[in-house]
Design a binder for this molecule. Structure first.
Ligand code: GFB
Length: 321
């Protein structure tokens, strides 16, 4: 990417878009369009197109529409699907119309079939049923992936797709209901520590395995791909190892310094049994993650604490809808 080119980070959720903005600025890109002021509602086609007319971005990071954890996916399947389909269609079409040089679309590891062999290779896509708790959202994310491929074929655009592992970091959602597992556990354990509660509830059996990537490492990987990759095949973006939910809950407990017990609530869903990506392609291209999971958890917890003090004790728990 040219250091003077205008870059648009199209994001609704805030976690990944925020990290990409920070990393682009750190790397010396001077014309990154701000997300807060004047950014369009990505579900409104006319607004998105006007924005492209006005700002003429050369590079676009399409992060997507609303997202949430396992329970949000169960509660709001229609919202999540509709929102992401609209955002994908509008941003991809405007990028074509306005001759964007390159677009990177970020999918999600839930696009893989529920019972995929591990680690999950790109050729496993569409070979089996999706996980029911997030089928609607996953289908919308898959549609974006195929849309990028279709635009490449029909319009010869340079639109690429990356499939990230589960992301967490500063700017995450820490709501009890709608967040992903790490945000939820940080909040639950911090509150239990503060209130002197003897145990914290962890959903499911604790046995599912997840691969986690720190949002700033993911941002770095997206910038890396934007510079070095231009193919139709999606690229998996992972760190190469996974954790059981029990293990990650223990790691969060250490970082938060919570001394109480973990109580597993098996009435809550486990979701996919495992989601480890085969990221060998990314590795062969020369990318490695920089941040250990413990360091990333520490930075995320610090950010959570800062938000609490800024908001006068209000914890950062935004509702999805
Ligand atoms: O992070 P999470 O919501 O997303 O849940 P998924 C991961 C695992 O952590 C599940 C367990 O087995 C949960 O049951 N878990 C334990 C908890 N305690 C908690 C808790 O307090 N909150 C949450 N949220 N989970 C999402 C998809 O699936 O992953 C989305 O629903 C998206 O579509 C995202 O793709 C990356 O990994 O299960």
């Amino acid at each position: 990417m040219n250091k003077n080119a205008t870059i648009f980070v199209a994001d609704t959720d805030g976690l990944v878009g925020r990290a990409i903005q920070v990393e682009l600025k750190r790397a010396g890109y001077e014309h990154v369009l701000p997300v807060s002021q004047g950014a369009p509602n990505l579900t409104e086609g006319a607004e998105v197109d006007d924005y492209f007319t006005q700002h003429r971005p050369r590079y676009v990071f399409l992060i997507g529409g609303k997202t949430g954890g396992i329970k949000a996916n169960q509660n709001y399947p229609a919202d999540l699907m509709r929102d992401n389909l609209l955002v994908n269609c509008h941003v991809i079409e405007s990028a074509r119309r306005h001759d964007v040089e390159k677009l990177l679309y970020l999918a999600s590891s839930c696009v893989y079939p529920k019972f995929s062999d591990q680690p999950m290779k790109v050729e496993y896509l569409t070979t089996g049923r999706l996980e029911p708790t997030n089928e609607s959202y996953a289908l919308a994310k898959l549609a974006g992936l195929f849309l990028c491929q279709a635009y490449r074929r029909q319009f010869e655009t340079h639109f690429i797709t990356a499939i990230p592992a589960n992301v967490f970091g500063p700017g995450d959602n820490f709501s009890l209901e709608d967040s992903h597992v790490i945000g939820a556990l940080i909040r639950k354990m911090h509150e239990a520590k503060t209130l002197g509660q003897p145990c914290v509830e962890v959903w499911g059996s604790g046995l599912p395995r997840r691969e986690f990537i720190f949002s700033h490492d993911l941002a770095d990987a997206c910038m890396f791909l934007m510079d070095r990759y231009d193919g139709e095949e999606p690229i998996n973006l992972g760190v190469g190892c996974d954790w059981s939910i029990r293990e990650i809950a223990d790691a969060v407990r250490e970082v938060v310094q919570y001394a109480g017990e973990l109580k597993f609530d098996r009435s809550k869903p486990d979701g996919m049994p495992a989601k480890l990506l085969d990221s060998s392609c990314l590795k062969q291209m020369g990318w490695r993650s920089q941040t250990s999971i413990r360091e990333a958890l520490r930075v995320t917890y610090e950010w959570f604490l800062e938000q609490g003090s800024v908001a006068g004790g209000e914890r950062h728990g935004r509702a999805l809808i």
